[in-house]
Design a protein around this ligand. Structure first.
Ligand code: NAD
Length: 430
């Protein structure tokens, strides 16, 4: 099935390479699960989507209008949940693809959510703090009729952070007249955020890498890792691998530089550098390499933790890693997947919807604590996180082995199956 060939003309608002990729991935799973043709479009297209225009007064006295989006994929299992991306290239189609992936991810972890995603087509690094606050508040203001603690809960994603979540929470609360901290997750602990949320995604990634190393009988102290992206997820994963697991981190990168040193990188110094300078451009300049070759450098563990579609038909055959831990959403194209499937005994793939699920799992804990006015300690949060990840990991590995399918097919099939089942028992509405 190609959902985009539908006679339903409203579907064209999602036309985009990333949405096509999410539909192509779904088709593989739908064939494997023998899903009826009639149920396929229904499962891929979002239930609801909204586009908003955000006029903002800039510091230089001009007025600029930014485009914002929010997509709610399905509500068969509960309210929708998903991050907010601030990135110049963001489109409705990409937002819809990210919402669809969130659905399979939440269902795989058995969280009571449908997937959602939103964001603004803006480069946040080009805005002053005042402008960033104005864009964030205006975005939430426009979303008020569309979201709520029992309808759609926002969180952070690329280009957004705890401060932006605090502005979202405040804007929503000002409108309601009381503090509604359950409207967003990933907010600062000082206003009802949970301990351990900031680190959750990277920490989950490393938990799963450790499980994979143990299955493959790899000694962490003899392993090397390359991490693409040094933001929230990539930096936490790199720090945790280097200082907790004992893995030597030989490569790190961001949108300004790719750094590789086979003797190892001082990840703490890199973190301090980014804290002060905002990026890696001037860090370890003697070790800078061509970003295009970065992912194919030799290592045991490769972690794409930045943008989508970086592992493609062109470079998948050249990857030299033993474990591919997909911390980013959608880093591997379906064409690359077909190559990786043939290399299944060389490369152990931890697919994105499993690998980066730590973020939404701890967001779920934050939402539960907010609704119930509970306060959990960091170790309670982390223990519960690892328990859910362990269960999901074991299910995926078992299914892949029993059915001789890839880890991605096993993970997605488990999530898709749960959503389809819930939709079928409820009816056409969700
Ligand atoms: P972030 O904005 O904190 O960091 C993104 C990093 O990627 C930055 O270092 C940026 O410089 C770098 N980057 C951007 N474009 C790049 C490029 N072309 N090449 C190399 N590096 C590049 O974002 P984040 O929250 O760390 O998210 C990273 C990825 O993880 C995204 O795909 C996101 O959807 C996914 N993810 C994030 C969370 C979360 O909790 N934050 C949860 C699940 C999945």
């Amino acid at each position: 099935m190609d959902a985009r060939d539908s006679t339903n003309s409203s579907a064209t608002i999602y036309d985009d390479e990333v949405f096509k990729m999410a539909c192509d991935q779904f088709s593989v799973i739908a064939d494997y699960l023998n899903i009826d043709e009639g149920d396929r479009e229904w499962a891929t297209y979002p239930k609801r989507a909204v586009a908003v225009t955000l006029p903002v007064h800039m510091d230089d006295g001009s007025t600029k209008a930014f485009q914002g989006y929010r997509v709610q994929h399905h509500i068969a299992l509960g309210p929708t949940k998903g991050g907010t991306r601030f990135a110049l290239s963001l489109s409705m189609g990409e937002t819809a693809a990210l919402a669809m992936w969130m659905s399979w991810k939440c269902a795989l972890a058995q969280l009571p959510y449908g997937g959602a995603k939103g964001g603004v087509a803006v480069d946040p690094t080009k805005l002053s703090r005042n402008e960033l606050e104005a864009v964030s508040r205006r975005y939430m203001q426009e979303m008020i009729p569309f979201v709520g603690p029992h309808t759609d809960i926002m969180g952070p994603d690329m280009g957004t952070n705890e401060q932006i979540m605090a502005w979202f929470m405040d804007t929503y609360s000002v409108y309601m007249g009381y503090a509604v901290n359950e409207i967003v997750t990933g907010k600062p602990v000082a206003i009802g955020g949970t301990e351990g949320r900031r680190e959750a995604t990277g920490r989950g990634v490393v938990y799963l890498i450790e499980r994979a190393m143990s299955m493959l009988k790899l000694n962490p102290e003899k392993c090397t890792a390359i991490v693409q992206g040094f933001g929230n997820v990539g930096s936490v994963a790199a720090l945790s691998l280097a200082y907790k697991s004992g893995v030597k981190v030989t490569g790190i990168s961001d949108h300004t530089a790719a750094i590789y040193n086979p003797k190892g990188i001082d990840v703490k110094a890199a973190e301090q550098h980014v804290f002060k300078k905002g990026n890696l451009r001037a860090f370890a300049q003697d070790d800078h390499v061509d970003p295009k070759e970065f992912l194919t450098l030799p290592c045991d563990i490769l972690i794409p933790a930045a943008v989508d579609r970086v592992i493609t038909g062109k470079n998948a055959g050249q990857l030299k890693c033993r474990i591919l831990a997909e911390a980013a959403n959608g880093p591997t194209t379906p064409e690359a997947d077909r190559i990786l499937e043939k290399r299944w005994d060389e490369i152990f793939v931890i697919p994105d919807i499993l690998c980066n699920a730590g973020g939404v799992i701890v967001s779920y804990f934050e939402w539960v604590q907010g609704l119930q006015a509970f306060l959990w300690t960091e170790s309670e949060v982390t223990d519960k996180l690892f328990r859910i990840l362990e269960h999901s990991f074991a299910q995926v590995i078992r299914r892949a082995k029993e059915h001789k399918i890839s880890h991605r097919t096993a993970a997605m099939a488990t999530g898709v199956e749960r959503v389809i089942k819930a939709k079928q028992v409820r009816g056409l509405f969700p």
